[in-house]
Design a protein around this ligand. Structure first.
Ligand code: NAD
Length: 343
């Protein structure tokens, strides 16, 4: 038996066994054998985005007689923040952009931090400003908000200011936060249709969940936002054609959350150092488990690896959404420079 006939019979089996029509061409045997989701390669997509930006960077360089310029403010000694900032610096430099890093000690005050932001706000040599989160707890609970309120909206390449959030909400020109913007780019470049899709976003933070929902809505998806108080979370999640997990809980999204054939985007970045938890999460990934045994910790997403048996496509952690976030930071900075050029 070959081709279409085999596929049809398998699809019939799929309907019978799973009660759900197959949407994934490779997922014709739900309940009969394990499926294997396509793994979306965030690193490769982010590279494509940076290649696409090269010409625009060179046009800015011609027009402004300097490359697009990003300023990064890093306060304190948070090790993860230092790693993130190092990656951003490297990507910006590799992309031919100029990047200035301003560090402040962990005991810097909020006023000192705002003064640095103000200096970059008024510098014609700076196109984009990023203040790395989190700020030291000693600065107070509303420190991040005060910083986002202070960044010039024309330079707000992280898209976290209330003006940027308003622009996004009203679908006006502005900067969308990099992680959700990167996810849209990833879906588009992977040929995944958004219009008309049922999208479920788990997480309602200002930097991921809410802007993600807004961007999906602007692309004509039918969007549901879930959170820590959502009743029957697996049931709601199972309605999704596109499921975005932005929770911050290692492996919370299991197979039971995923409709067969759904596309699953894993935003979570969770460091696991408990051996039992690591073994449970990485049972199907011996190389990563080996890494855990050597290092004593491992980075995992919000999505359990067993989701690969049900989803049609899945982003890995690491190497999925993370690289896209940085690529979109570059894209936003280039756009900020282009706006300066055309002003
Ligand atoms: P957050 O803590 O601000 O928000 C988490 C959201 O998840 C909240 O809205 C909360 O209601 C919801 N939530 C918490 N527990 C839940 C539960 N048990 N069931 C359902 N919902 C629950 O976090 P955030 O800043 O939005 O980040 C989320 C995750 O994404 C984190 O792991 C973070 O590290 C990661 N992240 C990754 C990138 C990247 O570039 N890959 C960027 C930003 C954030």
């Amino acid at each position: 038996m070959v081709g279409a006939a085999k596929r049809r019979i398998n699809q019939e089996r799929c309907l019978r066994d799973a009660g759900t029509p197959c949407e994934n061409p490779r997922s014709f045997a739900h309940g009969i054998k394990q499926l294997s989701a396509r793994i979306i390669d965030g690193k490769a997509i982010s590279k494509q985005i940076r290649v696409d930006l090269a010409q625009r960077i060179s046009a800015v360089r011609d027009g402004l007689e300097r490359p697009p310029a990003l300023a990064i403010v890093l306060v304190g000694d948070d090790p993860a923040s230092h790693v993130y900032v190092r990656n951003k610096l490297k990507t910006a430099e590799d992309s031919g952009m100029s990047v200035t890093l301003q560090t402040l000690p962990g005991n810097a005050t909020l006023d000192e931090t705002l003064a640095v932001v103000d200096r970059f706000n008024s510098s014609p040599e700076t196109d984009g400003i990023l203040v790395q989160s989190p700020l030291p707890a000693a600065m107070g609970s509303n420190a991040a908000q005060r910083v986002f309120d202070t960044i010039d909206p024309g330079k707000d390449v992280d898209g976290f200011s209330p003006i940027s959030a308003g622009h996004l909400s009203q679908k006006r020109t502005g900067f969308a936060p990099c992680t959700p913007a990167g996810i849209i780019e990833m879906l588009d470049r992977s040929g995944i249709a958004i219009e008309g899709a049922r999208a479920v976003v788990i997480g309602r933070s200002d930097i991921v969940g809410k802007p993600m929902a807004m961007l999906l809505l602007h692309r004509n998806a039918t969007v549901t936002v879930c959170h820590s108080r959502t009743k029957d979370l697996p049931g709601v999640a199972r309605e999704a054609d596109i499921l975005v997990a932005a929770i911050g809980r290692a492996g919370l999204v299991t197979r039971e959350f995923v409709k067969p054939g759904a596309v699953v985007i894993d935003v979570g970045m969770n460091r696991v150092s408990d051996a039992d938890e690591a073994r449970q999460l990485l049972a199907s990934q011996p190389k990563r488990l080996e890494l855990f045994e050597r290092r004593g910790s491992v980075l995992v997403g919000d999505v359990h690896p067993n989701v690969a048996e049900t989803a049609s496509a899945l982003t890995p952690v690491p190497g999925g959404v993370g690289p896209l976030t940085i690529a979109m930071l570059m894209a936003n900075t280039v756009r900020a420079a282009e706006m300066r050029l055309s002003a």
